[in-house]
Design a protein around this ligand. Structure first.
Ligand SMILES: Cc1ncc(C[n+]2csc(CCOP(=O)(O)OP(=O)(O)O)c2C)c(N)n1
Length: 570
């Protein structure tokens, strides 16, 4: 008696483990080396979304994860399927998004022989995953899955990858549970709060002009409520990074919007004027904080779950290590209701004197900033917005005010063009009740435009807004300002007819280029919960302001009015 009747295949086991973990959806693309797994998936209750490109699958998983707070799962075959996931893994690593990637691999006997469709995805993804494993035996699957799953979601979240050789998928095993995990528990358990909570709170109480600087870690830690309590109890204004948008209500008087390279002028000025800055789950990114010049007159404090972030780029005076939500819960009882009327008044004055600005007076052309503001009004700030990368991304961050977390999905750290459309698909699948809008540029949308087919195949009500300036707009902006208007390879006159492309995929579409058509276009775009594509032709020379030139600090910020007055002086 072999006992094989109690055994199941590796592929079956992995599916069962995924089901037990509560995984409901995954995104992927089949191929030879992953077929046994797909065969088991066919029988599973896990819903699989077939994409058109593996990069689409992983960005969908990212969008799903960011919109729901759950893990995002994607599947690819060996070789080219697996390498097509690489950009998404790097993206998820930079933005701390929990992703489980499962890749097929050639049979264990063929590994290292340059077999058909073989790629060392384990080796390739070591620096861009939190954990990865080549599962050489079906008996190891349970342990690897448990480790991978816990590590992806635990501590500072991130992507993990399980490489699954074809023979291991069909091998029989009876090992269904990990007897012991080999990876140190601190990689996936919640750490204790480390640091002097009272001294930490005292430093806040002593500040006359404190400022909260909130990053994506606040969204991961689900800490929006605690941040609001801290800000309102202490009368403290709040600025967020690009990734932190939504962690504090954008419409609240204490909100100073986004800081950094294209942040609001008032946020960047508040950084210069504050005497205390508290970093909550941000990483002093180089687009925000110049070494040696960031909030140099302020006492600096930092709460983070990842000790590697402390004093990495910017030295701080006070540190609390731990889960942000837990840490804030510990700090808040020690916060005094200090009267900071003068400081809050000063913030309002900064807002009044340095508003977001652009020239909306010229002729009948549509200004993207104005359009996004109108979109915000029409959707009452309640839509889930995803973006690609470029000027449109920054305008969306500036002009669409977010009052809730998890509604703003963008590629922050890696800045991946091609992220927006698949991320919107993942978000819509995760939160079908929401209006989900991808805001893109004519460059970015073409990097994963094939996923329009996925929208139609699954009848998903995803809205796609394309600002068409016939340029790689952000590249053009830099070339205009810093390369004496030599527009090397940023202009193109070979855009497809986006309306026809959309209609080719059976998505209703419309194109507008005149201001007078905005209302009618928004009516068409938002009238129901069905998919729609709207192309908005905008001027190529429109720029994103304010701007802190690369490598410069808050002090060197250029505002729209600076450019206008520079031009007038010429
Ligand atoms: C995959 C990738 N390649 C190149 C870049 C560099 N890049 C950043 S913004 C940008 C231009 C984006 O153009 P478009 O999508 O048309 O948006 P716009 O800036 O015009 O709003 C480029 C090429 C990038 N971020 N990602």
């Amino acid at each position: 008696m072999s006992g094989s009747e109690n055994k199941i295949t590796g592929a079956r086991l992995l599916i069962e483990l995924m089901e037990e973990a509560g995984i409901e959806v995954c995104f992927g693309y089949p191929g030879g080396a992953i077929l046994p797994f797909y065969d088991e998936l066919y029988k599973s209750k896990i819903k699989h979304y077939l994409v058109r490109h593996e990069q689409g699958a992983i960005h969908m998983a990212e969008g799903y994860a960011r919109a729901t707070g759950k893990i995002g799962v994607c599947i690819a075959t060996s070789g080219p399927g697996a390498t097509n996931l690489v950009t998404g893994l790097a993206d998820a690593k930079m933005d701390s998004i929990p992703i489980l990637a499962i890749t097929g691999q050639v049979a264990t006997s063929a590994i290292g022989t340059d077999a058909f469709q073989e790629a060392d995805i384990f080796g390739i993804t070591i620096p861009i995953t939190k954990y990865n494993a080549l599962m050489r035996s079906a008996d190891d699957i349970a342990r690897h899955f448990e480790e991978a799953y816990k590590i992806a979601l635990g501590g500072r979240p991130g992507p993990v990858l399980l490489d699954f050789p074809k023979d291991v998928q069909t091998q029989l095993t009876s090992v269904r549970k990990a007897s012991k995990l080999k990876i140190d528990a601190h990689h996936y358990t919640k750490p204790e709060i480390v640091g002097d909570v009272k001294a930490f709170a005292e430093a806040i109480n002593n500040a006359k002009r404190p400022l909260l600087y909130v990053g994506g870690g606040a969204i991961n830690a689900n800490a929006a409520e605690e941040i609001k309590t801290l800000a309102l109890t202490g009368n403290i204004p709040v600025t967020t990074t690009l990734m932190g948008i939504g962690s504090f209500p954008g419409e609240h008087p204490n909100s100073v919007g986004m800081l950094g390279m294209h942040g609001t002028a008032y946020a960047n000025k508040a950084v210069l004027d504050c005497d205390y800055i508290l970093n909550l789950g941000a990483r002093f990114d180089d687009r925000v904080a110049k070494i040696g010049e960031f909030a140099e007159n302020a006492v600096r404090a930092h709460i983070d779950i990842d000790t590697a972030e402390f004093n990495k780029r910017i030295d701080v005076d006070y540190i609390l290590h731990g889960d942000l939500k837990d840490a804030l819960k510990a700090v808040i009882p020690h916060i005094k209701k200090v009267d900071r009327t003068d400081w809050l008044k000063h913030i309002q004055t900064l807002k009044a004197n340095h508003p977001l600005d652009f020239d909306n007076s010229t002729d009948n052309k549509i200004k993207p900033q104005d359009f996004i503001h109108k979109l915000y009004e029409k959707t009452k700030g309640k839509a889930v917005i995803t973006t690609d990368v470029g000027q449109h991304q920054m305008w969306a961050a500036q002009y669409y005010l977010f009052n809730e977390p998890n509604n703003w999905l963008t590629s922050g750290g890696l800045g991946t063009m091609g992220y927006g459309l698949p991320a919107a698909i993942g978000a819509k699948i995760g939160r079908p009740d929401k209006t989900v809008i991808c805001i893109s540029g004519d460059g970015s949308i073409q990097m994963n435009i094939q996923e329009l087919a996925t929208i139609t195949m699954y009848n998903l009500g995803v809205k796609i807004l394309i600002f068409n300036n016939n340029f790689l707009g952000m590249v053009r902006q830099w070339q205009e300002l810093f390369y004496e208007e030599r527009f090397s390879n940023s202009e193109w006159n070979y855009n497809p007819d986006f309306v026809k492309v959309a209609e080719g995929y059976k998505i209703p579409a419309m194109c507008i280029s005149k201001k007078e058509d905005i209302d009618k276009a928004l009516e068409f775009f938002l009238k129901d919960d069905k998919s729609a594509l709207l192309e908005v032709v905008v001027p190529a020379e429109e720029k994103v302001f304010p701007m802190i030139p690369a490598g410069k600090s808050q002090k060197d910020m250029l505002e729209f009015k600076d450019l206008a007055s520079l031009k007038a002086a010429k």
